[in-house]
Design a protein around this ligand. Structure first.
Ligand SMILES: N[C@@H](CCC(=O)N[C@@H](CS)C(=O)NCC(=O)O)C(=O)O
Length: 214
């Protein structure tokens, strides 16, 4: 199985960590955005990462890929079967993809990706507004939900934790850390999820890459 795209992307990291938690061996294949390969475009017709291939089957979108992985290897179960717990896991995945990343992306694009990889000056006002005005209510929302178990759903690692933690590694690369004084539970929770063997090598590799590319 091939996952196209670099784990600096929260969506790609989510898929790679999900596969690692399930014990599924995937090959990570970088994408040259200036020269997208036919194989990649077949998997991801709109050129977004991650794309995915399993033999002659290909698909894009992190959540679609994750549902495929869960279906082909049901154990260990990471999308709860209980209707309410399952729905909550999907909600956290969706909240992360469409609300948290939409906000964090303004910081990441303007402070990291644009200037470092596309030679474009970032719009600091957009980044500052996202960091100071838009992100804090999202973090406060999560702060109020972190249970003592350290897991959002069913007191065990699920898609919910993988989806919520992933964007925080990318935000950290862009210089935005969770304020431990304002959101102590969220900070401890995210630190613990990102320290898991499914995430830690990815994040370490990204840090090494960014320091080489500096
Ligand atoms: N909903 C998609 C979002 C994928 C996405 O937007 N990926 C970004 C990288 S974080 C991308 O490929 N951007 C390049 C582009 O839009 O051309 C998913 O969950 O996979």
């Amino acid at each position: 199985m091939i996952v196209y795209g670099a784990s600096l992307s929260p969506f790609v990291r989510k898929v790679l960590a999900f596969a690692a938690e399930k014990g599924i061996d995937v090959q990570s294949q970088p994408v040259d955005f200036a020269n997208k390969s036919a194989d990649f475009l077949e998997a991801s017709p709109f050129g977004k990462i991650p794309g995915f291939r399993d033999g002659d089957f290909s698909i894009s979108d992190s959540s679609a890929i994750i549902h495929y992985l869960e279906a082909v290897k049901p154990e260990p179960n990471l999308i709860p079967k209980d209707p309410k717990a399952g729905a909550r896991a999907i909600w956290f995945d969706e909240f992360s993809d469409t609300i948290l990343v939409a906000c964090g992306g303004k910081i990441v694009f303007n402070r990291l990706v644009g200037p470092r990889f596309f030679g474009m000056p970032g719009d600091e006002e957009v980044a500052r507004k996202a960091e100071c005005d838009e992100l804090p209510p999202l973090l406060d929302y999560l702060e109020g939900l972190i249970p003592a178990s350290g897991f959002l759903v069913e007191e065990r690692i699920t898609l919910a934790d993988i989806s919520i933690a992933s964007p925080f590694a990318t935000l950290d690369h862009a210089g935005t850390a969770i304020d431990g004084a304002r959101n102590p539970k969220l900070k401890a929770y995210v630190d613990a999820i990102l320290a898991r063997p499914s995430f830690a090598p990815l994040v370490a590799g990204e840090k090494a890459f960014l320091s080489r590319a500096a």
